[in-house]
Ligand binder design. Structure first.
Ligand SMILES: Nc1ncnc2c1ncn2[C@@H]1O[C@H](COP(=O)(O)OP(=O)(O)OP(=O)(O)O)[C@@H](O)[C@H]1O
Length: 239
């Protein structure tokens, strides 16, 4: 299951400050995988936060499956760079805890949490505490926690930014595999052009102050296309 996400004239400012995002229109079709790419401070996390329901629009709106987003909801799962796991709960406990707000029974929570940990390849680590897990494993727990709620939209903010290169590429493969299997709509924030091209079917480049869409490219399937990479790189250097 997946939902279309739509930004309609979305603009965001924090407090009384100037807008950090110019009015932006974007449609992310149900089941699509889009990378939001851009330099630090261009508003990528702000867009993601608005879709997640953490950040209020100053103008315009976000809809998820035609329903205006007003607050966080279980149909929109979020994974951050910092895993934000409870250190006193096991991997299983962390995933189960996230399911509490869904109103599931205890056995249902356990079953779903175990299935999600298995899906991310962490069935063996279910009873371990975060401190006993590597960074990649902790990020698998965070991914399982998001997936266990069976979201229709998955919002990922530089989720692999803190991982070493090998773990990162394994996590990218896992994410592609999960996306192929589940067909969830994915919005993936990164400032790494190669990560964007490896993962997504579309790359939206944000930049400028306030942030705006500088380019929007489909990514053809198959091996990375050097000319597309070069083209996207030119947008990244635009002031
Ligand atoms: N809570 C906040 N209060 C005030 N200003 C904020 C807040 N969050 C973000 N900003 C500002 O909004 C602008 C966009 O920030 P945002 O985090 O969305 O950019 P980003 O592209 O995701 O950056 P990065 O890649 O560094 O995470 C920046 O100028 C930032 O300082």
């Amino acid at each position: 299951m997946s939902l279309e996400v739509r930004l309609e004239g979305l603009s965001v400012g924090y407090g009384a400050g100037a807008p950090v995002l110019e009015p932006t229109d974007l449609v992310f079709p149900a089941g699509s995988f889009t990378a939001l790419l851009g330099p630090s401070g261009c508003g990528k996390s702000t867009v993601l936060g608005a879709v997640a329901g953490f950040v209020r629009p100053t103008a315009g709106r976000v809809t998820s499956g035609s329903v205006p987003v007003r607050e966080p909801g279980p149909e929109r799962g979020v994974v951050f760079q910092h895993y934000a796991l409870f250190p006193w709960r096991t991997a299983l406990g962390n995933v189960e805890f996230a399911l509490k707000r869904l109103g599931l029974s205890r056995p249902e929570r356990r079953e779903r949490a175990l299935a999600a940990l298995e899906e991310v390849g962490l069935a063996d680590g279910a009873r371990k505490y975060p401190a006993q897990l590597s960074g990649g494993m902790q990020q698998r727990v965070a991914l399982a926690r998001a997936l266990a709620a069976e979201p229709e939209v998955l919002l990922m903010d530089e989720p692999f930014g803190a991982l070493d290169a090998l773990t990162r590429s394994r996590m990218q493969e896992l994410l592609r595999e999960l996306w192929r299997r589940r067909g969830t709509t994915v919005l993936f924030v990164t400032h790494d052009i190669d990560e964007a091209l490896a993962l997504a079917g579309r790359v939206v480049v944000l930049g400028g102050t306030p942030g705006r869409v500088l380019a929007d490219h489909p990514v053809p399937p198959g091996p990375p296309d050097p000319s597309l990479r070069a083209l996207i790189a030119t947008h990244l250097t635009t002031p």
